[in-house]
Design a protein around this ligand. Sequence first.
Ligand SMILES: Cc1cc2nc3c(=O)[nH]c(=O)nc-3n(C[C@H](O)[C@H](O)[C@H](O)COP(=O)(O)OP(=O)(O)OC[C@H]3O[C@@H](n4cnc5c(N)ncnc54)[C@H](O)[C@@H]3O)c2cc1C
Length: 286
Amino acid sequence: MEFLQPEDWGEALEARAAHPGALPLWGGTDVMVDLNFGRERPEAILDLTRVRALEEWGPAHPDESEGALRIGAGVSYTRAIDELGSVLPGLGAASRTVGSPQIRNRGTIGGNLGSSSPAGDALPPLYASYAEIELASTRGTRRLPIGEFITGPKRNVLAPDELIAAFHVPAATGPQQFSKVGTRNAMVIAVCSVAVALDPRAKTIGTGIGSAAPTPVRAPRAEALAAELPWDDRGELPAALAERFGALIGAAASPIDDVRGTAAYRRHALAVLGRRALTWAWEEYR
Ligand SMILES: Cc1cc2nc3c(=O)[nH]c(=O)nc-3n(C[C@H](O)[C@H](O)[C@H](O)COP(=O)(O)OP(=O)(O)OC[C@H]3O[C@@H](n4cnc5c(N)ncnc54)[C@H](O)[C@@H]3O)c2cc1C
């Protein structure tokens, strides 16, 4: 098959427009598995690893004072842990649970978005932080909320001539947590996962649930409990409120029975993970 290796972003977009059947590749930790198992047989591979611009991250605008970040699609999990762990602790925590050191060195958050698996570990923290995805083509650039970008299991709205350039997310203003259940401690696809992001300035809770519906989802009814939290006096988290939060996280999912777990187990586990994640985040806030 043809192998395209653009040297910069402009060349990458031209190559994508000229070869809509080419499969983009960064770390290859999903793409190579699909090629090896014969699930993908693209007419060409579009290797993006020479496009240095995709590895950059920083303030979304030079004069940015509100902490909005733009993070290139080619940022690996290892870099997310080392460089973004303090500004996006939820994404950092999720990145630490991905695969092995080798997978974390090669694999990228852009690749996780590209694969759009409901079990992608980088995705729940991005839902919890209301991330937007920046898509680009030779026609121009557009930005979509992550919930509009991912439309189904391994499905998204990327057009044949588009590439994922970056994602936009606000730097954390409060504690963020990520909690995942797997069938073992490492190198494991999530049975289910929960991300929680507290924003003490806006007095809101963001949520993201992984591996328990056709796409990652948010739990709006759990998020609404933010109105009942004792933000101003940093009081104790009432146990009943933490329980209700967990139950609403479980209720927001639409899990299935599969080889990794039953729907009933996933719902139960989500309620426990949700309660714990909120409790940890609130203790940190206090
Ligand atoms: C052993 C092993 C363990 C794993 N463990 C985990 C885990 O614990 N959690 C987890 O979430 N995942 C895991 N994965 C899956 C994989 O590592 C992740 O999904 C990773 O984020 C993919 O990133 P990548 O850069 O390797 O993507 P690639 O494989 O290069 O690409 C993935 C998809 O995204 C598309 N793509 C990549 N970049 C772009 C772009 N800029 N624009 C448009 N499309 C693009 C590709 O065409 C492809 O469809 C594991 C994989 C392996 C092999």
